[in-house]
Ligand binder design. Structure first.
Ligand SMILES: *Cc1c(COP(=O)(O)O)cnc(C)c1O
Length: 506
């Protein structure tokens, strides 16, 4: 570690911990020649830029990067982290996103040099352990979902959705039906990524309305089913946190016209060890390992969205996949009619290893307890808020539920957005607001299984207190956060995404 301290340039790093003064950028903290470097000795020969890059593409001025010491960098990052709400700081009931606490054990597991320091291009003879891990994870995910084979490549749920739709196309294409099957059905409560993926996959979206119980309207579904339907995308429990009780009938009707069922597994954390998408009749399943199996996300790290399928879709999976030979060694195998790669190398491998460590640490019984506690916590909280907030679909929910601030809007003028901002003053992250779209002034609450009864009681208490508060307090919130109420419309329309790294005087 080298730290040089030239006399000129660079701002002092002191800044009040939670004040509203803006934190300087790293470029403002920069001082020419100040260094923060700690390179490990790798044994890899060093190359000069001239040896690696054709002369025509080399820049002739140095890259204007910030030059700061490790000390200043750590102070800067720590100050920013203190201004930010995080899962490690407190309850984060952001519905649909599953912001559960991520055990430090999983950090530990993937920090091991045997996992972290392996290059993905290393030959199979040197990476048998990694390949065994990936193959074991694949088979565990298949057992959890009731599927036959999986790809670990997609780096997020949305990427898994696109993968699934491309698998659908390959499957129908092999039957000579890709031209005819143009439509994919999606309920009106669906997550926004579903219709976006359908369009990206080259299909048309047909929306299916929900009935007054918040589930797929079976008669409306029947009206929309024909032999031009490629499939349906569903999450179960759905985005209202309700179990689609008619799922077997839905699966039968879709299969009847030759369509496939795609399971959006973002809510899989509600059913671990209780039921499986494969048993419900689904053909393709994506999992958000960063939601269900505790991988930090939402700015905390890259995700993983493996896709598992039934045996008739397995030949189309992306490749290569790790497969055990009869002798017990692993090799990379390309599925027979593979749709090709979805990601470089083998996906976000360390996120995969993290999820695997979580599955092993919990075991089958532990995973079942995860879902039991997630469902219990959501139902307990729903009961506490009854009578204070509107609960449009007020019946036993799964791991989350949707409340509404419509009643408060009528009485005090308090909207869902105001409730969310006030909650930040109380030390809790806000729930998801204004989603799903079919609920007015929606507050989508997912407490997750990792919060204690005391934390849940404090959260319920805060939500009840906020509702009893005057409208003025709500509209002024958040008064104690480092950033107050921002003009979101202006922020979106006059977006300034870059900081000029080369001011005139540099
Ligand atoms: C989070 C989520 C997705 C998208 O997953 P990403 O990993 O964020 O891409 C899709 N559907 C539902 C219901 C979700 O909650």
């Amino acid at each position: 570690m080298t730290t040089t301290q030239p006399a000129a340039g660079g701002r002092a790093t002191s800044a009040p911990l939670m004040g509203r003064e803006s934190e300087p950028t790293l470029f403002e903290l920069s001082s020419p020649g100040r260094i923060s470097a700690n390179f490990r000795i790798t044994g890899v020969p060093e190359w000069t830029a001239e040896e690696l890059v054709p002369a025509a593409h080399l820049r002739d001025t140095p890259t204007p990067v910030a030059e700061v010491s490790e000390r200043d960098l750590v102070a800067h990052m720590t100050r920013l982290s203190h201004r930010q709400f995080s899962v490690d700081l407190g309850a984060y009931p952001l519905g649909s996103c599953t912001m559960k606490y991520n055990p430090k054990l999983c950090d530990d597991a993937v920090a091991r040099s045997g996992l972290a320091d392996v290059h993905p291009a290393a030959p199979p003879a040197m990476t048998q352990g990694w390949m065994a891990l990936l193959a074991d994870l694949e088979s565990a995910l298949c057992r959890i979902t009731g599927m036959a084979a999986a790809t670990l490549q997609p780096p997020a749920g949305a990427a898994g959705e696109l993968t699934g739709l491309l698998l659908m196309r390959a499957f129908h294409g092999a039957a000579g039906e890709d031209g005819r099957r143009r439509r994919v059905l999606i309920p009106d409560s669906a997550h926004g990524t579903n219709p976006a993926s359908v369009t990206l996959g080259g299909y048309e979206v047909t929306q299916v309305p929900s009935d007054d119980r918040g589930c797929v309207d079976l008669a409306a579904l029947a009206d929309r089913l024909d032999d031009d339907v490629a499939g349906i995308m569903l999450t179960n429990p759905n985005t209202l946190g309700l179990f689609e009780e008619d799922i077997v009938a839905i699966a039968g009707a879709v299969h009847e016209v030759g369509g496939l069922l795609y399971y959006d597994g973002a809510n899989l954390n509600a059913i671990l060890g209780v039921t499986r998408p494969g048993d419900m009749g689904f053909d393709i399943v994506h999992m958000n390992l960063h939601k269900t199996f505790a991988v930090p996300h939402g700015g905390g790290g890259p995700g993983a969205g493996p896709v598992a399928v039934t045996s008739r879709l397995a030949p189309y999976l992306p490749g290569p996949r790790p497969v055990a030979t009869p002798q017990g060694a692993y090799e990379w195998v390309e599925p027979e009619h593979s749709i090709g790669r979805i990601h470089s190398w083998h996906g976000n491998a360390l996120a995969l290893a993290r999820a695997w460590s979580y599955i092993l640490a919990n075991g089958g019984d532990g995973l079942r307890r995860v879902s039991d506690a997630a469902v219990l916590n959501a139902n307990w909280l729903r009961h506490q808020l009854r009578g204070t907030y509107d609960i449009p679909y007020d019946r036993p929910c799964m791991h989350e539920f949707v409340a509404s601030a419509t009643n408060l809007k009528r009485t005090t003028g308090l909207r869902a957005l105001d409730v969310a901002k006030r909650l930040l003053e109380e030390g809790f992250h806000a729930p998801t607001t204004y989603f799903p779209l079919i609920v007015e002034e929606a507050l989508m609450i997912e407490p997750t299984e990792t919060e204690s009864p005391q934390t849940l009681a404090a959260l319920a208490d805060a939500l009840v207190r906020i509702a009893a508060d005057s409208g003025e307090n709500g509209r002024a919130a958040p008064r104690t956060a480092p950033v107050g109420r921002v003009d979101e419309a202006r922020a979106a329309r006059q977006l300034v995404p870059t900081w000029d790294a080369r001011p005139a005087d540099l």
